[in-house]
Write a protein that binds this ligand. Structure first.
Ligand code: G3H
Ligand code: ZN
Length: 307
C-alpha cells in the first residue's frame, strides 16, 4: 500500500499498549529486510533514515526504494526522518515524500528548540505530516557516569510545556538509554516515563534502543513508550551475516552471496523486535491515514458525493 503517516499508527499503539518498531535503513538490503519482516509478522513498521544514511544513500534514492517496497506489501509502512538537523532539511524531506518528520533540537536551549520545532510543525501539519521532536538528550555511547546520564534526562514538567508550545505529535525522551550500545544493559527510568506520559498525553519515543534490556522494553511500553528506534542491533546483524558468509565462501566473488546472508540476519532481528514490542499482528486496520494528496482527494470526493 502507499506510504502512510506515523500519526494514526502511534496513537493506536499507545491505546492498545504496544510499540511500533522504527528501524534505520542504510541500503536496499536493509529496506528489503525490514519490509519483508513487517509483511511476515503482519506488523506496522517505520523505516527511518538517519543523517548517515542520507549521506550514504542519498535522499531521493531512499524515498524511491522505500516507496516502491511499501507499495508491494499489505502492511502499513512509514518513511521517517531520524534526528533531522534543521528546518531546511525537514522541508526537503517533506517535499521528497517522507511521511513523518523529526527535528532534534535537544542540544539547543529550550526556547530555540521550541521555536524551530514549532515552525516545522506548522508547515508539516499543513499537509498532514506528523512531527517528532526531542527534549532532554539521549547521549551517544562512550564513557558516561550515571549522574551525567541523569542530568540529560527529560524533565516531565518541561516536556508538558514543550508539547503545549510546539504541538508536536510524538516526543523523543531521554529516560536511561544511550545511542549505539552494543550490549543490552541499559535500564529505563520507568517512573519518569509514566510521569511524562501522564502529563503530555502524546506517544513517546525511545531512542538508543539497541542497548536496552528486554525487561526494560516491556516495562517501558507499559509505561507509555509507543515508538522504539533500533539501529545498532541491525548493523551488528548485517555485519555478522557478511562476515560469516565471507568466512564460509572465501573464494566467492559474487557479493550477492554475502549480502543475502546479511539481509537474512537483519530480518531475523527485526522480526524478533516486532514480537517483543507487541506490534506483530497489528497491521490490520491501521494505516488508513494516507498522507497529503491522496487523503485530500478522498475528502474532496466525499464532498462531491454530498452535492
Ligand atoms: O535514532 C536512532 C536510534 O535512536 C537508534 O539507536 O543505534 O542505539 O539502536 P541505536
Ligand atoms: Zn536516536
Amino acid at each position: 500500500m502507499p506510504l502512510v503517516t506515523s500519526k494514526e499508527l502511534l496513537i493506536r499503539a499507545q491505546k492498545e499498549g504496544y510499540a511500533v518498531g522504527a528501524f534505520n535503513a542504510n541500503n536496499l538490503e536493509y529496506v528489503q529486510a525490514i519490509i519483508e519482516a513487517a509483511e511476515e509478522e503482519k506488523a506496522p513498521v517505520i523505516l527511518q533514515a538517519s543523517q548517515g544514511a542520507i549521506k550514504y544513500a542519498g535522499l531521493e534514492q531512499i524515498v524511491a526504494m522505500v516507496k516502491n517496497a511499501a507499495e508491494a506489501v499489505s502492511v502499513p509502512v512509514v518513511l521517517h526522518l531520524d534526528h533531522g538537523t534543521d528546518f531546511i532539511q525537514n522541508v526537503r524531506c517533506l517535499r521528497a515524500g517522507f511521511t513523518s518528520l523529526m527535528f532534534d533540537g535537544s542540544a539547543l536551549p529550550f526556547e530555540e528548540n521550541v521555536a524551530i520545532t514549532r515552525k516545522i510543525v506548522d508547515i508539516a501539519h499543513a499537509v498532514g505530516i506528523p512531527v517528532e521532536a526531542e527534549l532532554g538528550k539521549v547521549p551517544q555511547s562512550g564513557e558516561i557516569t550515571f549522574e551525567e546520564l541523569k542530568a540529560l534526562m527529560t524533565d516531565p514538567e518541561e516536556a508538558l510545556r514543550f508539547v503545549e508550545l510546539t504541538q508536536v505529535d510524538s516526543l523523543a525522551v531521554s529516560v536511561g538509554s544511550i545511542h549505539r550500545m552494543q550490549v543490552q544493559e541499559a535500564h529505563l527510568d520507568i517512573e519518569r516515563i509514566q510521569r511524562i506520559r501522564e502529563l503530555v498525553g502524546i506517544p513517546l519515543v525511545l531512542h538508543g534502543a539497541s542497548g536496552v534490556t528486554d525487561e526494560s522494553y516491556r516495562e517501558g511500553i507499559k509505561a507509555g513508550i509507543s515508538k522504539i528506534n533500533v539501529a545498532t542491533e541491525l548493523n551488528k546483524a548485517f555485519t555478522r551475516g557478511l562476515k560469516e558468509a565471507m568466512a564460509e565462501f572465501p573464494n566467492e566473488v559474487d557479493p550477492r552471496k554475502f549480502l543475502t546472508r546479511a539481509r537474512e540476519e537483519t530480518k531475523k532481528v527485526v522480526k524478533a523486535k516486532m514480537r517483543l514490542f507487541g506490534s506483530s499482528g497489528k497491521a490490520a486496520a491501521t494505516g488508513t491515514d494516507a498522507p497529503t494528496r491522496e487523503r485530500d482527494e478522498q475528502v474532496s470526493l466525499k464532498e462531491f458525493d454530498k452535492e
